[in-house]
Design a protein around this ligand. Structure first.
Ligand SMILES: [Fe+2]
Length: 303
């Protein structure tokens, strides 16, 4: 892990394989359970509860102590990112770093803003929603990470997501079940900022703490994660009707080939059936359509 303090970026070896990057394109999230050490989880809870004095490693340019005090008291206590233990074990967490390096390229930009979501439990589920200013598209220019500094079982209402909802806007009512991103203390989740989510219903008693922040791409996308020598873009499983085209486009964008991506539609690549007796037509088409991420037309293709 190489940390560039002056630019607030990090670089390290990527850890995800082609298959894992493709799976992320399909799901839109990745869960790393219990990866932050317990003493840091405890420090985080104490700091968030106001029981631990701030000890910033540096004061950001143009700021004074009064600014740091003001920020700490808001629902966006970003000054926790100035604590050396938080930088080392949470922001620059090794498992997290390898995954982010795989998806965001070299020299990943560290977050500048933290959102803090403490919740009194028990409580009802939040409504399903997309966060403000989300973009649904093939680009992965930033990723949102959440951190549970305490054990967060289903009973404590962890964040729930609907897999694949970053590919096409969906609407979900309260009865729709989600996938709870539960885990032991020190669980980190990575998700597309454009995935539909909610705070889950909780039955336990206590306070659920959760921090959320975004990491940023600073270099152009390319296929520089862990390449699988036998990964076959033509034969890969991208998903079913209405989905495969978006997943494949996102994968191509991550490989730095988003501009070349074209599909001819129908039963052609990237769609395929297990019952075919031959390879799908249309792979590597030089002309054709892009998936219509904006969806103004009924056939869902854009030139
Ligand atoms: Fe939200």
């Amino acid at each position: 892990m190489r940390y560039d303090e002056s630019n607030r970026t990090f670089d390290c070896e990527p850890t995800l394989t082609d298959s894992q990057v493709l799976q992320f394109c399909k799901d839109g999230f990745l869960l790393l359970e219990g990866v932050v050490p317990n003493d840091t989880n405890e420090r985080s809870c104490e700091w968030l509860d106001g029981k631990r004095q701030a000890n910033p490693t540096f004061v950001p340019e143009g700021m004074e102590q009064a600014d740091l005090d003001r920020i700490r008291a808001t629902h966006e206590p970003s000054t926790i990112m100035l604590e050396d233990w938080f930088i080392r074990d949470v922001l620059l967490n090794e498992q997290l770093g390898g995954a982010l390096r795989s998806l965001l390229g070299r020299n990943v930009g560290l977050p500048v803003l933290v959102s803090y979501h403490p919740t009194e439990c028990p409580g009802d589920a939040q409504g399903w929603h997309y966060d403000a200013d989300h973009v649904i598209g093939p680009e992965v220019n930033y990723l949102e990470v959440f951190y549970f500094p305490q054990e967060t079982p289903v009973e404590l209402g962890p964040t729930e997501v609907i897999a694949g909802s970053h590919l096409r806007p969906i609407s979900a009512d309260g009865s729709q079940a989600g996938l709870p991103l539960a885990g032991p203390a020190g669980t980190l989740g990575i998700h597309m900022q454009s995935i539909i989510h909610r705070k889950g219903p909780s039955t336990a008693t206590g306070v659920r703490r959760m921090l959320k922040y975004n990491y940023w791409r600073t270099s152009a996308p390319q296929r520089d994660w862990k390449v699988e020598p036998d990964f076959d873009f033509e034969q890969a499983q991208y998903g079913g009707h209405g989905v495969a085209r978006y997943v494949a486009h996102m994968m191509y964008w991550l490989c730095g080939r988003g501009d070349e991506f074209r599909i001819v539609g129908g039963q052609a690549w990237p769609w395929r059936s297990a019952n075919q007796i031959g390879t799908s037509y249309g792979y590597d088409a030089s002309s054709g359509y892009l998936p219509n991420w904006r969806r103004p037309t009924h056939d869902d293709y854009a030139s």
